[in-house]
Design a protein around this ligand. Structure first.
Ligand code: HGA
Length: 611
């Protein structure tokens, strides 16, 4: 998390950097800052606690003028979100630095610097890097070399942007463990955590690799050096998505816009991946067929919403492809001793492809005896994509709302394609595969039909606005959907929500059920429906108010205290995708009623690039 922007341009960079920060705010928004070098080699800085808008206000009263600069929007890991801790951090009047990540050995470095007389103005880990660069510069008199020397002493993860007053037309960037791209302009060059930040100035990008250091200088000059200090050239790629993703259009929030984009992006994710004879296995990569046919087990590793997608996939992979599957949270997986059965395929899921724990889990897995790795990811060129053997890109486009919506349903779509590809290679139930493929073809249409139910879902939301707790129930592949529904409600409305497999109700949570505890249940027309109905009776018998999302063909009696919403019929296999939508909309409307910051909920950030 945290967003970095940098520029060496022929014009004033303040507005470019500020626009970049606004577009990066999804990565962190507890404070922001900017440092600009003016024409007389003097460094000027403005910082503000709070959102980028607070920084914009400061810049309006005291603008920064100059053609070289760096800027940052923060998601604090070390030190409170105050102005003093906001980046850029300086060493004296010469060095300014912005950082995304964590310097793990900052305490010992800080002690060393303090003993040499350096004083610290912030509580951050980042500030040590500013002082180390200043100290190196005294002997090297060269910013690039100074930073290269400093990097050798840093443990942890970083993307960095650095300027020095003695080199007024230079920005140096470096990355290890956090994302950083170079924007290629016309006689100008830029740096950012995400291309999205720079789409107003360029659509041509160089994705830096692990360990790369880049020097941007006058006239748009870009020099890249690898971790060994060797000059290297990296390909320039044209950004694929249009700029429209970074504006809300006619919607009040990005989240609502992204919910409504789901028919389109699910269709895009399916595009080119289904042929006349089902799923095109080759769309997973040249190696896919051979790798899939040798796979005997699957290990899926992910975090947050992506983890829920993985949990759904476990039901699918075992049911339709007959392959044993294990799913685990990345931050747990990477720190335990893992037994890898022979022939296990390692699968990661991440929207950004930069999720620190998932990336670390991949690297951990690469040192073990896996058959190979597949990443299901939404960001081309991201670390996860580059470092995996196979990739399947979801086509959700940039997702700005912190609470994931379209990224989740496109992940599920991709996971169903993966399931079908494995089922095909393993020769499992071809007729069933064909039915699911047919279902996938009409999925975007079914999703549109569910979106049309929005006014009814909005009407239900009023019952939640005053509540402090909520319980979500599901069975089978809908248990993870219940988990995802509870997560959405927590994230954006701050209502405490729990999810249980409905069969577990009587083993504990039923004790909590009373008229103050709304219970939400997803009840598609699958083989577990009758069992779910009994669980719902258990809730009604304790006076709990029930909200049931059910298939249009399901017979569930209308009764007092039971609110029903009928969803269009869909193949059972695909129901988890469809039943996610009403839960997204419900959380959204509850959050709007409660007046929370829907797109940027407190304490969270979009792309979790720290451990
Ligand atoms: N450790 C730095 C940067 C934090 C970060 O990258 N968050 O995502 C700080 O706390 O300022």
């Amino acid at each position: 998390m945290c967003g970095i922007v940098g520029a060496v341009a022929q014009r004033n960079v303040q507005e470019i950097l500020l626009e970049g920060l606004k577009r990066l705010e999804y990565r962190g928004y507890d404070s922001a800052g900017m440092a600009v070098l003016d024409g007389r080699s003097r460094l000027h800085r403005q910082r503000a606690a709070g959102k980028v808008a607070a920084l914009a206000d400061c810049l309006e009263s005291v603008p920064l003028a100059g053609g070289t600069g760096i800027a940052h929007t923060r998601w604090a890991t070390h030190g409170r979100p105050t102005e003093r801790n906001a980046h850029p951090h300086q060493s004296g009047e010469d060095v300014a630095i912005v950082h995304n990540g964590i310097i793990e050995n900052y305490e010992s470095l800080k002690q060393e610097l303090a003993e040499q007389g350096y004083t610290f103005a912030s509580e951050t880990d980042t500030e040590v890097v500013a002082h180390l660069v200043a100290r190196e510069y005294e002997s090297t008199q060269d910013l690039l070399t100074s930073l290269q020397h400093v990097l050798a002493r840093l443990h942890g993860a970083y993307a960095l942007g650095v300027v020095h007053a003695s080199e007024p037309k230079v920005v140096i960037g470096a990355r290890k463990g956090s994302p950083l791209v170079v924007g290629v302009g016309i006689e100008e060059a830029f740096l950012a955590s995400d291309p999205l930040a720079l789409l107003q100035v360029t659509d041509r990008f160089i994705y830096l690799r692990e360990g790369d250091v880049v020097r941007l200088s006058e006239g748009g000059r870009i020099e890249i050096f690898d971790a060994q200090g060797q000059a290297v050239s990296r390909p320039v790629q044209t950004y694929e998505h249009g700029d429209g993703a970074s504006s809300k259009g006619d919607y009040r929030h990005f989240m609502l816009k992204e919910i409504h984009e789901q028919p389109k992006v699910i269709e895009a994710t399916l595009e080119g991946r289904i042929g006349d004879n089902g799923v095109l296995v080759k769309s997973f990569g040249i190696e896919a067929e051979s790798l899939f046919s040798r796979a005997k087990q699957i290990h899926i590793v992910a975090c947050g919403t992506s983890y829920h997608a993985g949990m759904v996939a476990r039901y699918w992979l075992e049911r339709y492809a007959g392959i044993p599957t294990q799913v685990e949270v990345a931050s747990e997986y990477r720190y335990r001793r893992v037994v890898v059965p022979e022939g296990t395929l390692f699968v990661t899921l991440s929207q950004s492809g930069e999720t620190a724990d998932t990336l670390a889990a991949l690297r951990f897995a690469q040192e073990r005896d896996y058959l190979g790795s597949l990443a299901i990811c939404n960001v081309p060129g991201s670390s996860l994509v580059r470092e995996s053997d196979l990739t399947l890109m979801t086509q959700a486009g940039p997702e700005i709302g912190v609470a994931s919506t379209k990224a989740f349903t496109t992940q599920l779509t991709a996971l169903m394609l993966f399931t079908l590809a494995l089922a095909k290679v393993r020769g499992q139930e071809p007729e069933r595969q064909a039915q699911i493929v047919e279902g996938l073809r009409s999925l975007p249409e079914r999703v549109k039909e569910v979106l049309r139910l929005d006014p009814q879902i909005e009407a239900l939301s009023a019952a939640f606005a005053e509540k402090h707790h909520a319980l979500f129930l599901g069975r089978g592949s809908h248990f993870p959907i219940a988990l995802e529904g509870a997560l959405k409600l927590k994230e954006i409305s701050y209502i405490h929500a729990e999810a249980y497999p409905a069969g577990e109700l009587k083993h504990g949570p039923l004790a909590l059920v009373d008229s103050e505890m709304p219970v939400i249940s997803v009840a598609p027309n699958d083989e577990l429906l009758d069992k779910l109905k009994s669980n719902l009776q258990e809730v009604r018998a304790r006076g709990g108010e029930l909200f049931v999302f059910a298939d249009e063909n399901v017979a569930i009696e209308r009764a007092e205290g039971v609110h029903m919403l009928r969803l269009p019929h869909i193949d059972d296999a695909l129901a988890p995708i469809l039943y996610t939508l009403p839960l997204q909309l419900l959380s959204y409307h509850v959050a709007v009623l409660k007046g929370t910051d829907v797109d940027q909920p407190r304490n969270l950030a979009k792309s979790v690039t720290v451990e």
